[in-house]
Design a protein around this ligand. Sequence first.
Ligand SMILES: Cc1cc2nc3c(=O)[nH]c(=O)nc-3n(C[C@H](O)[C@H](O)[C@H](O)COP(=O)(O)OP(=O)(O)OC[C@H]3O[C@@H](n4cnc5c(N)ncnc54)[C@H](O)[C@@H]3O)c2cc1C
Length: 423
Amino acid sequence: MATAITAPLRVAVVGGGPAGSLFALYALHYGAQAGREVLVTLFEARDFNRAGSRGCNMCAGIIPADVLRDLRGLNLTIPPSLVMGEIDSYALHTASGCLRVTMMDPDARAVTVFRGNGPGPGLPPEPISFDSFLLAEAERRGARVIRQQIEEICARPRRWVRTHDRVYHCDLIVLASGVNGSVLPAHGLPYVPPRTEAMAQGEVFLGSPEVRNRLGSAVHVFFPRSLPVVFGTLVPKGPFVSISLLGRGTESLTIREFLGLQAVQRILPEGSRQVCACRPRIAVGPASYAFAEGFVAVGDAGVTRLYKNGVGTALVTARRAAETAVLRGIEEKDFREHYGPLCQKIHRDNRFGRFLFSVVAVLMRSQLFSTRYMLVADREGERPPDEQAMRRILWGLLTGSYPYEEIFRMLLHVGFERSLSAA
Ligand SMILES: Cc1cc2nc3c(=O)[nH]c(=O)nc-3n(C[C@H](O)[C@H](O)[C@H](O)COP(=O)(O)OP(=O)(O)OC[C@H]3O[C@@H](n4cnc5c(N)ncnc54)[C@H](O)[C@@H]3O)c2cc1C
């Protein structure tokens, strides 16, 4: 049996987004469980309580049910004032009309939140930032938070992180800096950040009654043919609608062009007031050398789920890395044995995800296939939920509720092509 490690562990966490705060929360949790002193210092320069882009980690803000459940496992419940909306369905705008995919599992309630303090005017005065909530909880439970940017890290011969005016020595460096900051000089580490793709993100203000009236509690998904976009989504968030566009090999995405599409204007009125816009990047591959002796990368900086549930993946990677560091050790072999398999599993699953998204994007843009798919899905709607395979596949893909490999197998199982041609 492995001997319990009792020496204090000094951790420097670079980045206070979900991955960094959750690493801190889990490390403190496992430390308390094992009776080991864990000293976490977390560095984050962004003030999440500011409105607009300066306080925001640029995201559509859909938090699925399994993340809410895992947070409850840490005794964390998102305060109701942070919840901007509840999602019970996805409306898929295809070449031949709109297909509504409703919640397949009774417990699959997703909520929408703002990562920062929202786009500005039109919101209640109290703080509403999800990232601020997690960071404040990490601080309340014992992490020391330093509101500064890390400018350099070093893993060998001694381990330290440096702000503009001070060097902090530690046993473990946790890189939770996401993929939207500048690349950090990292001495003594072969770490290479993940590959990314361009997105465009924006918010329009409609007022809560109009948002409810026009979008209901559904995320609306579009596959425009005329724009270099893989897909675009509209997400209801209180008085605002968040718009996210995933680019297809181009940086020149504009929310304006998307809002000008006829299919989008059926949901959002022409001339909707855009109050916020940014061009974040999304990780679409794993980092190389995501761990080494005394070093581990978590969340987007390590590996994330392709296109879906980035916050949930930040949680699971942070949890596994914290468990490894506190209960097993911080040598390269500890991370290779206990953290590496999770990263590989996510990466492997993403290959299925990439295939599935390409297929769905092509099908939904095709008049012929989307019409046939809608027929099959419509017929299924009359059957009990566990017999609605086509809807379940779409639900899993759109919400990220199931592993992509499982969805791929479901697809094979139902005999996708046969179902379509039989329709
Ligand atoms: C347009 C868009 C829409 C998305 N929608 C969703 C969604 O609806 N649901 C979902 O689950 N996921 C979504 N994602 C993915 C999600 O945003 C990320 O997966 C998630 O934020 C990853 O968390 P993280 O903590 O790893 O990184 P981040 O959230 O990027 O946090 C990194 C933090 O590190 C800080 N930082 C960076 N460099 C330094 C440094 N040198 N020193 C100190 N601090 C530093 C940054 O300020 C930041 O706060 C979306 C992404 C995009 C781009």
